[in-house]
Design a protein around this ligand. Structure first.
Ligand code: ITT
Length: 197
């Protein structure tokens, strides 16, 4: 059994990842670990932000842990909101305001290609020998809808339609979203790595 702290304050991420975890993993969210801090995300890349979050929690716990940073990258907006996805419309981290800003910036643009990209940063090792850093990436390609569809999920899910589906992520159950999602792809690579340890 591998025990890992998941360095996130986003309960939606915890729920999605818990639904993918096999019985051979024990994933402990920050809340369960009794850690209540706002993890900094000051950098210009998903990888650096993921590393910052994992380093912060490793320094506090000295235990194996992982974090993930995710961005929605829209081609016609030169990759925005990207690394700024959580705060695209301001520090309020308001899902609806972020969606409104994307739809307004895209306007009637015909090319609505986009992708979600997740980067996981794993800190793996022990206090005696030290901890190594490993990264795992997952990408889900798709398109931005012209209006919101569905009530499920979180963040930009109501306006993201993954390739191969006619539904938005917010019209899917978590199990359906997992068949396509960036997070599922990155987490699968993480678990493959851990199973080889
Ligand atoms: P932690 O840093 O505590 O993990 P966060 O919500 O700040 O949580 P991110 O910076 O990685 O996480 O997330 C960026 C934003 O991207 C997030 O707030 C959502 O609005 C959006 N997002 C991330 N994953 C998503 C998904 O699967 N579906 C829709 N939107 C998503």
């Amino acid at each position: 059994m591998h025990t890992l702290i998941f360095a996130t304050n986003n309960q939606n991420k915890v729920d999605e990842i818990q639904s993918l975890v096999g019985a051979d993993f024990n994933i402990i969210p920050l809340k369960t670990a009794g850690i209540n801090i706002d993890i900094p995300e000051p950098h210009d890349t998903l990888q650096e932000n993921a590393a910052e979050k994992a380093n912060t929690i490793l320094n506090i716990t000295n235990q194996n842990c992982f974090s993930e940073d995710t961005g929605l990258e829209i081609l016609a907006l030169q990759g925005a909101p990207g690394v700024k996805s959580a705060r695209y419309a301001g520090e309020g981290r308001d899902f609806q305001a972020n969606i409104d800003k994307v739809l307004s910036n895209l306007g009637t643009t015909e090319n609505r290609n986009a992708q979600f990209r997740t980067v996981i940063c794993l800190k793996w090792g022990n206090e005696k020998e030290g901890f190594q850093t490993h990264y795992f990436e997952g990408i889900c390609k798709g398109n931005i809808a012209t209006e919101m569809h569905g009530e499920k999920g979180f963040g930009y899910d109501p306006i993201f339609i993954p390739e191969g589906s006619t539904k938005s992520f917010a019209q899917m159950t978590m199990e359906e979203k997992n068949q396509y999602s960036h997070r599922q792809k990155a987490v699968t690579k993480l678990f493959e790595f851990l199973r080889s340890k």
